[in-house]
Write a protein that binds this ligand. Structure first.
Ligand code: WTA
Length: 655
């Protein structure tokens, strides 16, 4: 049974235990409904009150929302604050010695950092950046492994008002160059090497490669954190600076730069339906409010919790639910450098036991791969510290949900399936765990204050059970402000004219059941979700056609047991169509090529060669047919408009 079929048949429901509900911040459906009503009736004061309660302001705001230039909304726009002050300084009077980070390195070494220590490190590094003349509003690219210093770097940027753009350490030199160039960054922060699963990742060498590609002329400095003992292959005098030398003798205090609420906090690039990734630009105050508020509601956070999110700071989850939400509220959290399968597939369970993790947040793809490697493994560990589990990034199939619930959560932990996006900045649809009964495979109901709905092409709400476009009908504080350097694309993509520019269009399709629960069905655009990572089909196609052998390429997704979706590429070479061993050889080369052009995450699982692609008489590639071919389905579609039907047979064979 496919994941979609089993989701459509799902009827089980799991209310929180009485004990969990009674202790929860939102204890039961009445409390949840009351908050939703409050948001409905008094939308602006609902958000205004939260912003006063949860954020510390240097200068209070007098206006909650300015929608005069919609869809370019401004929240709290005459207020001033500093995000790093909110994440660090304000916790010091009472919690200076509380542990902020429990860092577990790839090799298992554990380092604990208190709030006071993290504050000191952030201030010193912020002063170091200032000594390189980094100013308010400058862009700084962070290309780091998952270590304490990645968080220090982000917080230090926030402290001085520089706009960070984190690039996932698994991305290639080309992807790094594109992001540096689009952001016009002045500084890159990286490490000599990263460590993952016992292997080194050559971050500095890849940065050098990017710098040499052309397009990175804006970069004045590359700051290099020494993670391993090895010396960088290359060192560019005047440009390259060691992290330890930069912070050496820097003062341990750094006055935060007081920022306007709407000043950009960061840009994070994500894939869309064109070849070029979009720089999603987030604000300071609205974003932080979304991160903190959703963190405390979705995870039902309590001050003595030990929280662990397994994401990398290269993704939005690592921004909102590692760097900003948990630190903003003063939580203790585990951060992890390695991978779930090293040194063995028990790594997660051992770490939960060892660090007494109470709130655990991971991706369905990790859950599925761990089931495969040892469905009974969690039983060997004491996981009784857990009281809540979360998932993010892709739909979770009910089988994996049930395993997570019973085997990891011991049947006592609510599972929060959180639906959200890089663009929304914080969780939008997820169960309030002390209130909303969960159903395997559904992200359930929106957070109070989030006006999510499902509409048809005309913008009218669809009835229960019918699929449609997932939209959010009112702006909310943590919503993307614009696409860096491309406001037109922002408007067209997210507030399209079909809906009179009134709704935020998420790009997902979904339906609601008779209880109003949301079930996400998948993307409506050409974006794939591979292991919870967003990949544009056009991005992979452009990488393929950049190869000298390739004339044309089309990329589609097909269901994959562990990754959710896998990449399948249909390729036409400039030369004759390869067959047999030759085809396999070319396919391997092209897979490596894509890994080198974008990163390993974008590598096709399968490549098929044809003399052409199936096209209509007007020359349009028929992707629907390619999708059926990739899935091995019989072609039932009408192929009468196809110019070259014989091509289908060729494309049925994979290399
Ligand atoms: C998908 C990740 C189903 C969805 C936070 C969305 C999900 C895209 C879920 C955003 C979920 C995310 N259930 N699908 N709980 N969470 N998605 O920007 O298609 O990396 O549009 O943000 O992931 O991916 P992004």
């Amino acid at each position: 049974m496919s994941a979609l079929e089993s989701i459509l048949k799902e009827t089980r429901s799991f209310p929180p235990s009485d004990d969990f509900r009674q202790k929860a911040a939102i204890p039961g459906m009445e409390a949840y409904n009351a908050l939703c009503d409050q948001a409905n009736d008094q939308y602006l004061s609902f958000w205004g009150d939260l912003a006063r309660e949860l954020l510390t302001w240097k200068k209070p705001f007098s206006r909650v929302l300015d929608d005069s230039a919609a869809p370019f909304f401004k929240w709290f726009d005459d207020g001033e604050l500093n995000v790093s002050y909110n994440c660090l300084d304000r916790h010091l009077p009472e919690n200076a010695n509380k542990i902020a980070l429990i860092f577990e390195a790839d090799d298992g070494a554990v380092t604990r950092v208190t709030y006071a220590e993290l504050h000191r490190r952030v201030c010193q590094f912020a002063n170091g950046l200032k000594s390189l003349d980094v100013q308010k509003g400058d862009r700084v690219v962070i290309y780091m492994p998952m270590v304490i210093e990645a968080i220090v770097a982000m917080q230090a940027c926030a402290r001085i008002g520089a706009i960070h753009s984190v690039v996932f350490g698994g991305f290639s030199a080309g992807a790094l160059r594109d992001r540096v160039q689009d952001a016009g960054a002045r500084v890159v922060i990286t490490a000599n090497e990263g460590l993952r699963g016992g292997k080194t990742v050559p971050l500095k060498a890849t940065t050098d490669e990017a710098m040499d590609m052309g397009g990175c002329e804006s970069i004045e400095h590359v700051v290099v954190y020494r993670r391993t003992d090895s010396e960088p292959v290359k060192w560019t005098e005047g440009r390259d600076v060691w992290w330890h030398q930069l912070v050496d003798k820097q003062p341990e205090q750094c006055e935060p730069a007081w920022m306007n609420a709407e000043d950009p906090l960061f840009i994070l690039y994500t894939s869309g339906s064109t070849g070029k990734p979009k720089g999603i630009q987030h604000s300071s105050a609205g974003y932080l409010l979304g991160a903190i508020n959703s963190f405390r509601w979705v995870f039902d956070y309590k001050p003595n919790d030990v929280y662990w999110c397994t994401a990398d700071v290269g993704w939005i989850t690592g921004h909102s639910y590692i760097c900003y939400g948990p630190l903003g509220i003063g939580a203790t959290q585990v951060i992890f450098e390695g991978v779930p399968t090293y040194p063995d597939a028990n790594r997660f369970w051992r770490m939960i036991e060892q660090h007494k993790v109470s709130l655990f947040y991971t991706a369905p793809t990790a859950i599925r791969s761990l089931i495969k490697l040892g469905a009974e493994a969690p039983k060997q560990f004491d996981l009784s510290s857990l009281r809540l589990l979360g998932t993010v990034g892709e739909p979770i199939n009910p089988e994996a949900w049930m395993w997570y619930y019973e085997m990891v959560g011991g049947g006592r932990c609510p599972i929060v399936d959180t639906w959200w996006q890089t663009e929304t900045g914080s969780a939008m649809i997820a169960p309030m765990p002390g209130a909303v009964p969960t159903k395997p495979g559904s992200c359930t109901l929106p957070l109070p204050g989030i006006m999510a709905d499902i509409v048809d092409e005309s913008g009218a709400p669809v009835e229960a059970g019918k699929g449609g476009f997932l939209v959010i009908k009112k702006p909310f504080p943590s919503l993307v402000r614009t696409i860096w350097g491309d406001p037109d694309r922002f408007k067209k993509t997210y507030f399209p004219e079909e809906f009179d520019g009134k709704f935020y269009l998420a790009g997902d399709s979904a339906h609601r059941d008779e209880n109003g629960y949301f079930w996400i069905m998948g993307r409506i655009d050409d974006v794939l979700n591979v292991s919870g990572h967003r990949l544009g089909t056009m991005e992979i196609e452009s990488a393929l056609v950049a190869n000298p052998l390739v004339a044309e390429a089309a990329v589609v997704g097909k269901p994959h047991e562990i990754k959710g979706e896998a990449v399948v590429a249909f390729v036409v070479l400039k030369g004759p169509r390869p067959q047999g061993d030759e085809a396999r050889k070319v396919a391997d080369n092209l897979k490596q090529w894509v890994a080198h052009e974008i990163g390993k995450i974008a590598q096709p699982d399968e490549i098929r060669f044809g003399e052409n692609l199936p096209k209509t008489r007007s020359g349009k590639i028929m992707r629907r047919l390619l999708r059926s071919l990739a899935r091995g389905e019989e072609i039932v579609q009408d192929v009468s408009t196809l110019e070259n039907p014989q091509i289908l047979q060729q494309l049925q064979e994979s290399a």
